[in-house]
Ligand binder design. Structure first.
Ligand SMILES: Nc1nc2c(ncn2[C@@H]2O[C@H](COP(=O)(O)OP(=O)(O)OP(=O)(O)O)[C@@H](O)[C@H]2O)c(=O)[nH]1
Ligand SMILES: [Mg+2]
Length: 316
């Protein structure tokens, strides 16, 4: 038991461009799938909190939708959410995909973009202007830089302005493999201040279970569906029946905004929805620690992306 008086905490907003690797990093730090991940940008739609408790320190991470501007009502809402998390946080963790460019000579492959330092500085300045106090930079996808020595001039360049801009640490990461994750947790722990924990030790997230399970289905839809379809899909959990000695029953509705999208989500002979369901069910079992029977119904809900009451139903 940690004595109340010894407790420390830090509230961290995880921010960055769409597809930078924020949710992957959050999951790696928490050690459990909290946020969903796909290779398509704008996967995260809701501020997801993940909790890391180590020793006397609790780090609360708020995963945010990628910060980009958009005129669409729904996407504007995502930008607002990310800004809100930033204002609330003690630390902004900027997940920044390390820029690589194709080498000029044949066969050189990808090399560090020489403008990387300048680009990062601009990004940090933007964050400060948006109200970030302390910034920690996670250099994500560092596995794409084959020759790590090529990073040295970049790191030397950022060292010249790092202090002045309030950047507490810069940590190279390959989150899917876990590289750099411990170091990053260590840096965030150093920024914690005396104060009570927000969550009991052992709790990984405060996401309500229906939303968490809906997100797992949406993750598979994001990964398996092509083109514009993933973005028009919403998932609502309508029933969770917890059973002691039988599989749990989870019933969900998969919403699409157009009639012609429905057969695409179902797939030929129902193959697509079956795939989505099978994969989501596996993930769900890992989280609830019991067998799950998953029922999915595809429903056309015209323009759900523009209807706030439906976002609320989904937990956004
Ligand atoms: N090669 C490589 N890929 C990564 C790394 N981290 C994440 N990815 C991949 O990058 C893609 C995007 O990852 P996400 O974690 O969903 O990115 P995000 O920043 O949360 O994206 P949004 O929620 O859309 O803003 C996925 O395909 C990940 O598997 C990394 O360190 N190296
Ligand atoms: Mg994400």
């Amino acid at each position: 038991m940690v004595q109340m008086a010894a407790m420390k905490a830090v509230l961290v907003a995880v921010v960055g461009e769409p597809n930078a690797g924020k949710s992957t990093l959050l999951n790696a730090m928490v050690g459990e799938k909290v946020g969903i991940v796909s290779s398509k940008p704008n996967t995260t739609r809701v501020v997801v909190r993940g909790v890391v408790t180590e020793g006397e320190v609790q780090i609360v991470l708020m995963d945010t939708p990628g910060l980009n501007t958009s005129s669409k009502v729904f996407e504007r809402r995502l930008v607002q959410q990310a800004r809100g998390a930033l204002a609330e946080a003690d630390v902004a963790l900027l997940v920044w995909e390390f820029p690589v460019v194709r080498g000029r000579e044949k066969g050189v492959g990808k090399v560090v973009d020489s403008r990387a330092g300048e680009q990062l500085r601009t990004r940090v300045e933007e964050l400060k202007a948006q109200g970030a106090r302390t910034v920690v930079v996670g250099l994500s996808k560092i596995d794409r830089v084959k020759d790590k020595k090529a990073l040295l001039p970049f790191l030397a360049e950022i060292a010249t302005w790092q202090k002045e801009l309030g950047v507490a640490a810069v940590v190279p990461l390959f989150a899917p493999k876990g590289d750099g994750v411990k170091a990053l947790v260590g840096e965030l722990k150093r920024l914690a201040v005396a104060g009570p924990w927000l969550f009991p030790a052992g709790q990984a997230t405060d996401m309500p279970l229906p939303l968490r399970l809906a997100e797992l289905t949406r993750e598979q839809a994001m990964q398996l569906l092509e083109q514009e379809l993933p973005y028009s899909v919403g998932v609502v959990t309508v029933l969770i029946e917890q059973n002691d000695d039988a599989p749990w029953l989870v019933r969900q509705e998969v919403l699409v905004s157009k009639e012609q999208h429905k057969p695409m989500v179902l797939g030929a002979g129902g193959q697509m929805i079956k795939q989505i369901g099978m994969r989501a069910r596996k993930e769900m079992q890992g989280i609830v620690g019991a067998g799950v029977r998953l029922e999915l119904n595809v429903r056309v809900e015209a323009r759900w992306l523009e209807r706030e009451e439906l976002w609320r139903e989904m937990g956004y």
